[in-house]
Design a protein around this ligand. Structure first.
Ligand code: AMP
Ligand code: DBH
Length: 513
């Protein structure tokens, strides 16, 4: 396995192979198999309606792989920061095919995220796109001048190099295929290594519990680089099942509803605030949404009340998904009784997912697609994993006799803002850089739509800054927009715990009361 990654113990690895979870095939087989078995079926549809059959997509990937092979070597890391455009799919699989390791950044990330990511991954190349909403070329310039090891920038929808296909050596399926980003709980980014074996299983098995088959038309509404939209089952699961993937530029009803009608979309996955938005908008929508059979909701807790409204408002079934880029995925099953679908966040995907719920409710897990360690993070790994390799999720859950989990809260110092994760320490460090800020503590505040929003408590040693000014300061530092605080509270001093640490519980109570 790649240096800096933690392999599964040999015994467990053998068990996962014997059970058939790890099939010993490179992840890019998803497309090559499709091209062999059903070359003429539609694999991919762009927002503008452009279509690729499996054979056409496979040929495009082969040409992109040949075009990239001279400049990127096997096992080199590559930053991938692309919106939901067809080039995302072409570049992602082309990199897998040459054995390079994509690092899946979000389009929302900015300099403050991309520079540390480039440093940690020692990326040699950076894929961006020309996009109306933001100047990624300027961002790439900033990143490459800060991290000279990033020696090449590719604008995927402008200058993707293509060449006649060449034979390429197959990567070792037990080795790392790609890196996902963790939502994080600390001041520095954490990279999650996913192997060909484990991620192929992740996609295949999720596709199965979600009932994906050749008639599936999956709409990518969330960013394709997010584990939910990518592989839970997401676009990789749809390819594994021989279905069709439709790309949406954003999840707003104005963008998505016409695509659902145009391409007869059968299933998609969204975070709770988007589900709420769709349910409200459906009532007044002109589009025919009747092709939709299943709405998956995850990333943050969906409350029972809106969960019960999915079928009456959207006319489709609901599947709750409680997942993590680190691995473990929980799904309500399509044939679960309605109360379990509405009131729980599902049960583990795999019979060999080991779930341990501690007395305090903390969820620990290990299994055939759950990481054993973050990339190059030895010290952090000692805290995030038990001696026997269980990942400490930081989530607080209750497990029902059926195995279904109900998410009740979390221990980790993170804000979950409608599915977007904000590591408190990271934001606090940025706030501390402000000249008028003496101390900073960030906590979540309950919000009906977003689940939580972000409140920054500050102790100041200068003129009291306004929220607008603090946001501008953070934006200027290159912090992603979704991490900016929604509210500012100024205190003379922070309440402390008995041990002398800032009491975030006290701060949260102040917001509630
Ligand atoms: P990440 O580590 O960034 O992939 O984020 C995964 C985290 O998102 C989980 O550990 C949970 O805290 C949260 N999460 C994901 N899905 C759900 C859900 N359905 N309900 C509650 N929390 C969720
Ligand atoms: O929040 C997540 O990270 C998440 C949610 C649902 C996830 O990674 C997933 C499904 O795969």
């Amino acid at each position: 396995m790649l240096e800096g990654c933690v392999p599964w113990p040999a015994e467990l690895a053998q068990r996962y192979r014997d059970a058939g979870y790890w099939a010993g095939r490179p992840l890019d087989r998803l497309i090559r198999d499709g091209a062999e078995r059903h070359p003429d079926r539609i694999a991919l549809i762009g927002t503008d309606g452009a279509r690729w059959t499996y054979a056409e997509l496979d040929a495009w990937i082969a040409r992109a792989a040949a075009g990239l092979a001279p400049s990127i070597a096997p096992r080199e890391r590559v930053l991938l920061q692309l919106p939901n455009i067809p080039e995302f799919v072409a570049v992602f699989f082309a990199l897998l095919r040459i054995g390079a390791l994509p690092v899946l950044a979000l389009p929302a990330h900015r300099e403050a995220e991309m520079v540390p990511l480039a440093e940690l991954s020692e990326a040699v190349a950076y894929f961006i796109a020309d996009d109306e909403s933001f100047d990624y070329r300027a961002l790439a310039k900033t990143v490459t001048s800060a991290v000279p090891g990033v020696r090449q920038v590719f604008v995927a929808n402008a200058d993707l190099p293509l060449a006649d296909p060449v034979p390429l050596p197959e990567p070792d399926p037990s080795d790392v295929a790609l890196f996902l980003l963790s939502g994080g709980t600390t001041g520095t980014p954490k990279l999650i290594p996913r192997t060909h074996d484990d991620y192929s299983y992740n996609g295949r098995a999720s596709a199965e519990v979600s009932g994906f088959d050749e008639s599936t038309v999956y709409l990518v509404a969330l960013p394709a680089s997010h584990n939910f939209a990518l592989c839970s089952p997401g676009l990789l699961g749809a390819f594994a099942a021989g279905g069709t993937v439709v790309l949406a530029a954003d999840p707003s009803p104005g963008t998505v509803f016409p695509l659902i009608e145009r391409d007869q979309v059968t299933v998609t996955g969204v975070v709770p605030p988007i589900a709420l938005l769709w349910m409200d908008a459906a009532e007044f929508a002109d589009e025919d949404l009747s092709s939709l059979r299943l709405l998956q909701v995850g990333g943050a807790k969906l409350n029972a009340e809106p969960a019960a409204r999915v079928r009456p408002t959207l006319g489709c079934a609901l599947q709750q998904v409680f997942g993590m880029a680190e691995g473990l995925l929980n799904f309500t099953r399509l044939d679960d009784p309605e109360d379990l679908i509405v009131e729980t966040q599902g049960r583990p995907l795999c019979p060999d997912d080991e779930v341990r719920v501690l007395a305090n409710g903390e969820l620990l897990t290990r299994g055939p697609y759950t990481l054993r360690g973050y990339y190059r993070a030895e010290e952090h790994n000692r805290r995030s994993f038990t001696e026997d390799g269980f990942y400490r999720s930081g989530d607080l859950v209750r497990q029902l006799p059926s195995g279904h989990l109900v998410v009740e809260g979390r221990l980790k110092d993170q804000i979950n803002r409608g599915g977007e994760k904000i590591p408190a320490e990271e934001l606090e460090n940025h706030l501390l850089a402000h000249p008028a800020v003496h101390d900073a503590a960030v906590v979540g505040m309950a919000d009906e739509v977003m689940g939580e929003r972000t409140c920054a408590f500050l102790v100041v040693n200068g003129p009291v800054p306004k929220l607008r000014e603090v946001k501008a300061f953070l934006r200027d530092r290159g912090v992603a927009e979704f991490k900016l605080p929604d509210r500012l509270e100024i205190l003379d001093a922070f309440p402390l715990t008995k041990l002398g640490k800032v009491s975030k519980a006290d701060l949260s109570r102040r917001l509630a009361g």
